[in-house]
Design a protein around this ligand. Structure first.
Ligand SMILES: [Zn+2]
Length: 539
């Protein structure tokens, strides 16, 4: 995901937008106990849209597998609020038979007619209707046309869909959308049906058989223009844009084919059946919905400015969507990866300078953030999930990967990334899972590396000074770590003397480290290759 201000790569919302979001999200976070008892195998969301009101008619069936003896199932579904927005449940079926339920405090509790044992499964069908307060954006696009777009990230689906919204509980999903003729509908997965069902409405059915986290399930309905941009291997890549942006949008989203091919060869086979790049009304700059990426409506300019945004969102198909962070505090496994892979895409397509420039910009962002936020990358104290959209998750996460690339070596690093994807594809992972894979491929103990960069706030602050030993015609470059926690890292300096220029490398892990240099040092350039996240210490 990228924030609304995607051009500058900032990862925070403006204060005004954020306050509104904080005010509406009061859904309780799904507790481990909810997920512990049940495993959702598939959701089938049937949603009827209309043009005269914002009321949606919902009929959703969840296929649930029980993991322990249980007498009821809890769904999150937003109840009506004072403004009249929210969902009203009309009835619930358990395996086709009416069953008892209650809907209070945004929790819909469905009682099982008889207690279920571990290994049993059930189809729970919920009929409901209402006006979504959020999660489904019903609005006019910039051309004044009415549109509908899911916008679930991070936990906003329950505003209009009954879900057991635990990040780790991935499920297959069907979207069956009934809408007036002038809408075209796009969603996750493959198109299985498009039928005119009466004089006014069309039914569109998209089916995704790869399990997804709820945060990236999505459908969009708008007067779209759609074209096949090309194929990445045998995967079709589509552009779905507003009809007024037919030419500009088709052109702006075309780089997606090149990006797909790039990641496919770098990381491994794309996890889904197709990719649609969709112009939308998402509140974000881009939202990486699985196989159905939503970009902000202003991402289309006709000037080909969306390439980095596209590269970021497509990287999420591998990391975030297919390999999903098991806990929100490990979100760097999603955003740090997408941020770094975008920079690598630029490096490998437009030259090494793109990597160094990108990493220097990221470093500036991280240092600025760290001045005011003494927080580690893995921060389990965050309660408002929107606060995860910060420089630690994105830019520092990217820096962790960049430094790991050096620590493990170029070929081990990419081998490790491929193996990590292969092993956790369509599943979930924690940072320790990633560490173990990288240790396996590199043969190195990376415990300290992962600890210091992910669990310790801040970064090395280095004071660099020179001393001259007149007798021996030697100089010393002294590097001193000024922060409290002493980091362990390889460090390069380029020194200029009367004898010429040379680059020296040593491992720093103590308070003071000395480089010995022949001759008189006239200049020291720290980290000439842009390989270290550090701050120059200023007195
Ligand atoms: Zn992202």
């Amino acid at each position: 995901m990228r924030s609304g201000n995607f051009k500058t790569g900032l990862c925070r919302f403006s204060a005004a937008v954020k306050i509104i979001i904080s005010a509406v999200i009061i859904m309780p976070a799904a507790g481990e106990s909810l997920y512990g008892q049940t495993d959702v195998i598939r959701y089938e969301f049937r949603v009827k849209l209309n043009d005269s009101t914002d009321i949606i008619q919902g009929n959703s069936t969840a296929t649930i597998l029980f993991k322990e003896r249980t007498g009821s199932v809890d769904f999150f579904l937003r109840t009506s609020d004072r403004t009249g927005k929210g969902m009203n449940v009309a009835g619930v079926l358990s395996d086709g038979f009416e069953t008892k339920w209650s809907h209070t405090g945004d929790i819909l509790t469905v009682l099982m007619p008889v207690e279920k044992n571990a290994g049993d499964s059930v189809h729970i069908t919920i009929s409901y209707s209402g006006v979504p307060a959020d999660g489904l954006i019903i609005s006019k696009n910039k051309y004044g046309r009415r549109t509908f777009f899911s916008d679930h990230w991070p936990d906003r689906a329950p505003y209009y869909l009954p879900v057991c919204d635990n990040l780790a509980d991935k499920a297959k999903v069907d979207f069956i959308i009934i809408a007036p003729y002038h809408y075209r509908v796009v969603a996750n997965g493959i198109l299985t049906e498009e039928s005119n069902i009466d004089n006014f409405n069309r039914l569109t059915h998209w089916r995704e058989d790869v399990p997804l986290p709820v945060k990236v399930m999505a459908f969009g309905a708008a007067p779209f223009a759609a074209t096949l941009s090309g194929f990445a291997g045998n995967i079709p890549v589509w552009a779905w844009v507003f009809q007024e942006n037919r030419e500009a949008g088709f052109s702006d989203y075309k780089p997606a084919v090149k990006v797909m091919n790039f990641y496919d060869s770098l990381i491994g086979p794309y996890p889904y059946e197709k990719l649609a790049n969709v112009q939308s009304k998402t509140i974000f700059g881009g939202l990486e919905n699985a196989s159905c990426i939503f970009y902000s409506e202003n991402s289309v300019t006709g000037q080909g400015r969306a390439e980095r945004l596209i590269a970021h969102e497509i990287a999420h198909q591998w990391f975030g969507n297919s390999v999903t962070e098991r806990e929100w505090s490990h979100i760097w496994l999603s955003e740090g990866f997408a941020t770094y892979l975008t920079t690598v895409y630029m490096e490998m397509n437009y030259g090494r300078e793109m990597l160094e420039t990108g990493m220097r910009q990221s470093r500036t962002t991280v240092l600025r953030y760290a001045e005011k936020n003494k927080k580690p990358v893995i921060d389990s104290t965050i309660t408002d999930l929107m606060d995860l959209l910060n420089a630690n998750s994105y830019q520092k996460g990217a820096w962790v990967l960049h430094m790991l690339r050096r620590e493990t070596g170029e070929s081990n690093f990419w081998k490790g990334l491929r193996l990590y994807y292969e092993k956790f594809r369509n599943s979930t992972a924690l940072s320790s899972d990633f560490r173990q894979i990288m240790e396996q491929v590199s043969g190195k103990d990376l415990q300290r590396f992962f600890y210091q960069w992910l669990e310790v706030p801040g970064q090395p602050e280095l004071k660099i000074s020179t001393e001259k030993d007149i007798k021996g015609n030697m100089s010393y470059v002294i590097v001193e770590q000024m922060q409290d926690y002493l980091f362990d890292f390889p460090f390069d300096i380029t020194v200029k003397t009367e004898k010429g220029t040379e680059t020296l490398t040593t491992r720093i892990n103590g308070k003071k480290t000395r480089f010995n240099v022949k001759g008189t040092v006239s200049e020291v350039i720290p980290d000439p290759g842009t390989w270290l996240l550090f701050k120059s210490y200023a007195n």
